[in-house]
Each structure stands twice: as structure tokens, then as C-alpha cells.
Design a protein around this ligand. Structure first.
Ligand SMILES: [Zn+2]
Ligand SMILES: [Zn+2]
Length: 244
């Protein structure tokens, strides 16, 4: 009979392999969907970018393997009772905690991203790692996870670390991952899908969409945030939108 610890290791390993496959499929499905939408709404926008898209695909699939490992470990750990703070019974916490937990995860992820992103722009690190992401000029929907492995490693720790600290319902966590995926793709797809009324509103002044992140890809030294413009405003790195 196999040693129970061997079985545990095997279960964790299988979970990590499964999560890598899920992250890769999620990337292809979400980027594929918005690339297709781009071809309908703005035909020809990605013309001449075939080589760049091939590169974005390769880096993104390599990132999928890096993202899959801790995600698989968390998924496995979730099945070991009490290991993470992910809960499934909505009555375990007050109902108002559902939206608040989502906001807490997004705010924490945004802060981590802003500061690690600024750090990635230091010349040595930029040359070594972050230049891969900025090789997308202009970015396409396929650039969502186009990161050098060093940068993928800095991004991969946030959500898996938060599930050990901040309680979240499994469904709310799924929603956070959906927001992360959709915004990651649409912020790079080269056109603004949100209505001008929202993007140029007072609320839009605090939210990051494609118009904001495109300017980062054009000018490099501004607009570092992920979801919210809070840190960019606070640190005077916000240079507005790329298509006013
Ligand atoms: Zn980007
Ligand atoms: Zn950057």
C-alpha cells in the first residue's frame, strides 16, 4: 500500500497540473473571445501583429504554468479542512461581507500590482523581465498574461496568499478571478469597450480600463495601476487616458 504522504503529494501534484491546464484554457478562451470581438468591432486592428501575437501566446502559456502551481496548491489545500479561509456556506459570515470581501481582494491586489509594477520599471529589472510585457506595442487581447517568468512569479503570490488571510466565499473568489481575467484581457485589447459616459465620469476617474492602461504601454512611466487609479493619483503617476 502506498504511503499516505505519497498519496498526499500525488494529489497536490495532480491538482497543480489540473490548475495549469485550467489557467491555460481560461487564457485561450478569454483572450480568444475578445480577439474575436475585436475582429468584429474593429476589423484589421491586429493586422500586421501576427508575429507579436505569437510571442504573446508563448509568454502567456508559460505564465499559465507558473500561475497554475500555487493555484493548484490552494485548490488542494481547500479540500484539507481549515487550511484556507475560503468558505462555501454563505451564512458563515454576514451577507455584506460578500461584496466587501471582493473589494478587499481587488484593493489588495491593486496595491501589490502598483508597487511591484513600479519596481519592474527600474532599468535593470525592466531589461531583465518587464521588457517582455512592453514588447507588445500596441498590446492585443493575447497580451493579457504575456509576462517574463520573473514578472509572472511576482504576480502569482497575491491571490493564493490572500486566501490564507482574508475570508472569502468560493463564489466571491470566482468573481474576483473573473474580474481579474476580463480586465487583464480587455485592458490590452487596444480599444475601449466601456461607454464614454462611464470612462469620463467621476467614477471613471478612479477606475482603470483600456484607455488608461494603453497610455502605460505608450509612455511607460505612468499609469501603473491594475484596477483603481488610487495609487496613480496619490503618487502623481496618473497621466490620464490615451483617447480623450
Ligand atoms: Zn500591460
Ligand atoms: Zn509596465
Amino acid at each position: 500500500m502506498a504511503d499516505p504522504s505519497d498519496q498526499t503529494m500525488l494529489a497536490a501534484l495532480l491538482s497543480m497540473i489540473a490548475m495549469t491546464a485550467i489557467v491555460a484554457v481560461r487564457y485561450i478562451a478569454s483572450s480568444g473571445l475578445f480577439a474575436w470581438l475585436t475582429s468584429r468591432v474593429h476589423p484589421g486592428l491586429y493586422r500586421g501583429l501576427e508575429r507579436q501575437i505569437g510571442m504573446e501566446l508563448r509568454w502567456s502559456l508559460a505564465s499559465a504554468a507558473i500561475y497554475g502551481l500555487p493555484a493548484g496548491l490552494v485548490a488542494w489545500g481547500w479540500q484539507q479542512d481549515g487550511w484556507t479561509r475560503i468558505y462555501t456556506d454563505p451564512s458563515d459570515y454576514p451577507l455584506w461581507w460578500l461584496p466587501l470581501s471582493v473589494l478587499a481582494y481587488l484593493v489588495a491586489h491593486d496595491a501589490w500590482f502598483y508597487w511591484t509594477h513600479r519596481w519592474m520599471h527600474r532599468p535593470a529589472l525592466f531589461r531583465m523581465a518587464h521588457a517582455v510585457h512592453h514588447a507588445s506595442r500596441p498590446p492585443t487581447a493575447w497580451a493579457a498574461m504575456s509576462f517574463h517568468p520573473i514578472e509572472a512569479l511576482t504576480g502569482v503570490v497575491v491571490i493564493p496568499a490572500l486566501v490564507f488571510v482574508i475570508p472569502i466565499h468560493a463564489g466571491a473568489l470566482g468573481f474576483v478571478l473573473m474580474v481579474m481575467t476580463v480586465m487583464g484581457v480587455t485592458n490590452h485589447m487596444g480599444w475601449e469597450m466601456f461607454p464614454r459616459r462611464l470612462v469620463h465620469s467621476r467614477l471613471g476617474n478612479w477606475l482603470i480600463t483600456a484607455s488608461h492602461h494603453s497610455r502605460h504601454h505608450e509612455q511607460y512611466t505612468c499609469n501603473y495601476g491594475l484596477y483603481f487609479r488610487f495609487w496613480d493619483h496619490l503618487c502623481a503617476t496618473d497621466r490620464g487616458l490615451s483617447r480623450p
